[in-house]
Design a protein around this ligand. Structure first.
Ligand code: PGA
Length: 262
């Protein structure tokens, strides 16, 4: 994994947006895997700015989101459909038919999961998957002990994840759904490039375990050690428990020019 440590989430988010923008400019019909939660919001804000001010064109881009709550309709303000409209899709020129988010209201959830996997394959696979990491090491909503070979399926959220996300539901734990549909760990591993973001001290333990610990289903993000093109952009507080930060900074400072992001 390539670890890029930045002083602030704002600086890290600009780098993430640049990586995505470069892909969109190089391959206008690329397939992006997108994430929700607090972490990617500033990256989306920068992508919106690049669209408005530097004509970044999303008209041919296809997107697949990682997950959606079961039982929340797209009109629910805390659904991930609504989140994506609010933070990205409502502000860029993406074609509605190119947006894919699991249907949390599907009557037949296994069929919806199979349809989602098939749609990813039909689109040619995901070129770049944006990820956050949960305080328990989840990616997507693949909670600890998720099969590292899993595909899109229903999952039950842990109490920790429900508590972490209660802030989006007016702090009311009772309003947080128990279930979600999420891309599997195996689905994420099939993406051609992975870009994981982690900001804040509450991510430090999960992040250190993911990057420097053993590969284990107890921390699903740790499987990214097996991904050939995984970048991780983090801020100083999230980096606090890593052992080899001096090396990561050294690598980033000494990249050959053709590899540089700026
Ligand atoms: P957060 O969630 O960005 O809201 O911290 C990350 C995650 O759960 O993947």
């Amino acid at each position: 994994m390539e670890i890029i440590i930045q002083e602030t989430p704002a600086l890290g988010s600009i780098i993430a947006a640049r990586i995505i923008a470069k892909l969109v400019r190089t391959r206008p019909d690329c397939v992006l895997g997108l994430a929700t939660g607090s972490t990617p919001i500033a990256t989306y804000r920068e992508l919106v700015r690049l669209h408005r001010e530097e004509s970044l064109d999303f008209s041919k881009v296809t997107t697949f989101n990682l997950d959606e709550y079961v039982g929340l309709p797209p009109s629910h303000p805390q659904s991930y459909h609504a989140f994506m409209d609010e933070h990205l899709f409502g502000h860029i020129n993406i074609a509605r038919e190119n947006i894919h988010i699991p249907d949390g209201m599907a009557a037949d959830i296994p069929a919806e999961c199979a349809r989602y996997e098939a749609a990813i394959v039909a689109a040619g696979g995901i070129d770049l998957q944006l990820l956050g990491i949960g305080t328990d090491g989840h990616i997507g909503f693949n909670e600890p002990t998720s099969s590292l070979a899993s595909r899109t399926r229903i999952k039950t959220l842990t109490e920790q994840t429900r508590a972490d996300n209660a802030r989006f539901f007016e702090g009311d734990l009772g309003k947080v759904p128990f279930h979600c549909i999420t891309m599997g760990v195996g689905t994420i591993m099939d993406c051609r490039q992975v870009l994981m973001l982690a900001f804040g001290a509450n991510k430090a333990t999960a992040l250190a375990d993911a990057v420097e610990g053993p590969i284990t289903a107890m921390n699903p993000a740790s499987v990214l050690q097996m991904h050939p093109v995984a970048k991780c952009i983090i801020d100083e507080p999230a980096a606090a428990k890593l052992q080899r930060t001096a090396y990561y900074r050294w690598v980033y400072a000494n990249k050959p020019e053709w590899q540089q992001i700026h």
